[in-house]
Design a binder for this molecule. Structure first.
Ligand SMILES: NC(=O)c1ccc[n+]([C@@H]2O[C@H](COP(=O)([O-])OP(=O)(O)OC[C@H]3O[C@@H](n4cnc5c(N)ncnc54)[C@H](OP(=O)(O)O)[C@@H]3O)[C@@H](O)[C@H]2O)c1
Length: 380
């Protein structure tokens, strides 16, 4: 009798321990994917820094580089010898960041350089001026473009050009900028376009109908998430159009990072997020590691159309984010809204039926490619 009771107790304890262990495992796995907190992910950066590219005499652009993650991406690229353009909307903040980076560079006797150029991504006019200045002053020399700048705004407003400010800043501005800089990127191949998105894109609904109503005052709820889904769709479509060009297009979720991105969110929500997320939140410096990895990793020189997490591993995006019809429609709509003319964009490539068919045939191999890249970039 005693033995039966003991056996039952033992089995239920083992079951309980297994359930707890399993639950904890999935909790940590989820937290690791979302946050990228240091204590969840060990020392990968040190492992890849040794094999990263030397960027001497290269040119890079980082948007929104005056603060947060963008500042440390710019610093990381400049420390490896790149001439980095800090594309920021505020002259005061942009110049201060460039000055600070240059002081750090001279302290460590690094070859790179940082300079501030004015760019307001919510204004298509400003994006055009920036791109034409770039071509005039730097010619066909652009190795890395990091689309980092974004806002998470909870108040609805339209820009002077009559576009919703969140979608204009987070998607249309980067879309136009990248297209206008494709000639220098192609001429400098192998070159890279890295777009900083967010894991919240997963919970966003189909964004196309929203983009079609971008000239209305749109409800703000989930607009950040939708704009981040647009970032992933844009990355995938760009990768397809740049197939064999030597220019890669990848995107990255940097983790849960302590920056000013939530500055326009109501205080209560901000406090709740920071309190609950406290054990997982990481510094902006650490948040820059995954985007920098995409800029610097040698094994990613020709890898394109991938989504990376803060653990430096690629993973398959959601089916919506991988939908080629949706990304093609989004591209067309974005062309219309930004006024991109034929000859300024990749219009030729996607109108070729055979290329579209070829891509659709390959859709099933995305996972395979993803595994391959994962193996090459796994950190021991
Ligand atoms: N922090 C996180 O937990 C987290 C998580 C996932 C993804 N991300 C992504 O990481 C990226 C960087 O964000 P962050 O967290 O570092 O936030 P942040 O510190 O607020 O940086 C955003 C940068 O974008 C700039 N910017 C905003 N609107 C602009 C415009 N119209 N034109 C040009 N620049 C503009 C800001 O400049 P001002 O100083 O002038 O405002 C700022 O430098 C974003 O794409 C964000 O979606 C962040």
């Amino acid at each position: 009798m005693l033995r039966i009771v003991f056996t039952e107790c033992t089995w239920s304890s083992i079951g309980l321990v297994l359930c707890l262990g399993f639950g904890l495992f999935w909790l940590l796995k989820g937290a690791r994917l979302i946050s990228g907190a240091g204590w969840l992910i060990k020392n990968q950066s040190e492992a890849w820094e040794g094999t990263s590219l030397d960027l001497s005499s290269s040119t890079a652009i980082v948007t929104g580089a005056n603060s947060g993650i963008g500042y440390y991406i710019a610093l990381g690229l400049a420390r490896r010898g790149s001439n980095v353009i800090l594309a920021c909307r505020s002259k005061i903040r942009g110049e201060a960041a460039a000055r600070e980076i240059n002081i750090t560079l001279s302290k460590f006797s690094c070859k790179g350089h940082a300079e501030f150029w004015q760019l307001d991504l919510s204004s298509m006019q400003s994006v055009r001026s920036f791109a034409s200045r770039f071509v005039q002053e730097k010619g066909m020399h652009l190795n890395i473009l990091v689309n980092n700048a974004a806002i998470s705004d909870t108040t609805s407003s339209l820009t002077e050009e009559g576009l919703d400010v969140t979608y204009a800043t987070n998607h249309l501005g980067p879309f136009l900028l990248t297209n206008l800089l494709l000639d220098p990127l192609k001429a400098s191949a192998p070159s890279r376009v890295v777009t900083v998105t967010s894991i919240v894109y997963r919970w966003a609904s189909e964004p196309l109908s929203t983009l079609r109503r971008i000239k209305d005052i749109l409800p703000k709820h989930f607009s950040y998430g939708k704009s981040k889904l647009m970032n992933v769709l844009f990355t995938m479509e760009l990768a397809r159009r740049l197939h064999h060009s030597g220019v890669t297009s990848n995107c990255v979720h940097p983790g849960f990072v302590h920056t000013g991105i939530l500055r326009n969110t109501p205080v209560i929500i901000r406090m709740a997020i920071h309190t609950l997320g406290f054990p997982f939140i990481q510094s902006a410096k650490r948040g820059a590691r995954a985007p920098l990895f995409l800029c610097l990793s040698r094994s990613l020189t020709f890898a394109s159309g991938l989504y990376f997490g803060p653990d430096l591993r690629s993973s398959l995006p959601t089916l919506t984010a991988l939908d080629p019809h949706l990304s093609r429609e989004l591209w067309r709509e974005s062309e219309k809204l930004t006024g991109l003319q034929n000859g300024e964009c990749l219009g030729e490539a996607w109108s070729k039926e055979e290329e579209i068919t070829e891509f659709e045939g390959k859709e099933g191999s995305v996972l395979e490619r993803e595994r391959e890249v994962c193996q090459n970039t796994r950190i021991s």
